[in-house]
Design a protein around this ligand. Sequence first.
Ligand code: NAP
Ligand code: MG
Length: 488
Amino acid sequence: MTASNSSLAFNSEEILIGGKWRPAENGATHDVYNPSTGDMICKIGKSSAKDVDDAVRAARAALDGEWGQMTAVERGRLLMRISEAIKNHENELTTLEAMDVGKPITQARNDAVAMARYFEFYAGAADKVMGHTIPYMDGYMVYTLREPHGVTGHIIPWNYPMQIAGRCIGGALAMGNTCVLKPAEDAGLTALLFARIAEKAGLPSGVLNVVSGVGAEAGASLAGHPDVDHISFTGSVGVGKEIQKAAAENIVPVTLELGGKSPQIVFDDADLDAALPFLVNAGIQNAGQTCSAGSRILVQRGVYEDVISRMSEAISKLRVGQATDNLELGPLVSAKQKAIVDGYIDSGKESGLSIAAQGVMSDDLPEKGCYIKPTLFRDVPPDHKLAQEEIFGPVQVVIPFDTEVEAVKIANGTEYGLVTGIWTENGARQMRMAKAVKAGQIFINNYGAGGGVELPFGGIGKSGFGREKGFEALYGFSVLKTVATKHD
Ligand code: NAP
Ligand code: MG
């Protein structure tokens, strides 16, 4: 397709390699669907191993060009221009994303705004990453330098395409790396538009290359490419393992941002009025397709029925509609994802679990749309698969507990450890709980589903390792070099 609603009209069948837009090898493409209607909307380039190899070579060559000569402050200024350019194209990015992945317009717009904000943040950070001087033996001067890895590979999922591209490409560029980006096959369009925007803002050729395509081909060849120096991956645990194995062959560092089954823990003394919107929204934002969804609600017995009744009332009012209807929930990203989530809801029913509440579908939704009602299960045993596995849909489970010790045991009782929300007015308990729970990010009396751009984010356990977002990510996107000079 040519995205005619964009002032940067682009051909979605073209990939970006070394500053040139061209079809994938042999003109290969795959189909792109709008999950609100189920209609095919266009084709997108399907990059081959050869295309990925071309992209890596272009990224390598760009390190020796104008980009490699730029000072940190110049890189920062360029990132700021990209941030401004993203803001100028916010409407096109929003519309394209809503059509491609089914996000309600407001949520798609939030992602475009967040992508601009990532570039703004990393623009300001680019010239503030410093090494140290280290006291050593007499007659020595020792200091550390932070240098770019070189060529960085970025393999990203479909749930927050713009936000995740913003955080990993923004951070990698701030440190002076060059990038090869493989967007998800279900969410490649905004990556291509973003690359046009960055190019127009002045990013030199070859610094950002985009190889749309499928994971088994473009993704696997990027992860296993011998001339890639660092890989950042966001996606599932299963694919994360494959990425780590491929990187191990080349002894290449990886950042793995994998899934989660994040708890929100509500104690008897919590301010329930403050908690309620977070208890609900953290589970249904982006129709629950959020790695940091706060979808396991652990509630102390004294307020258990109260919380269930408040959540049920709120959830039964949630509406599901087309992305353009801009309701609380849009469709899931694909028919495949809908089938997975339907399977979880069925398995809960088959186990005899009770549904406390479900939301409402709009009338006359297209038959082929990928819609699911938000669903709240109550009294779920902590070891049930609904309470253990990442559902990646608008399904929340409520689990009762009696004591703080029991709450910690249940909270830490999955293989994941991404985010935890703690709701209590007791200051000492806030501190005990923050130490006791297994999670890379903890919110007390709020819940950020990944939180702001400034906040380091990443997992413990099967949620992965390494940190993206915030200043911390810049350490991951750079290499530390120690210099010891003997001067007598
Ligand atoms: P996924 O299947 O793991 O895919 C992620 C990316 O990897 C996609 O670009 C995918 O390409 C690619 N890929 C697939 N197979 C590959 C292979 N063999 N080698 C290299 N790359 C490969 O995940 P998803 O279904 O898109 O996203 C959902 C999952 O991501 C959930 O589990 C969620 O928790 C996790 N997630 C985590 C975070 C976080 O920050 N922690 C954020 C968002 C999502 P295709 O699109 O072609 O399959
Ligand atoms: Mg799509």
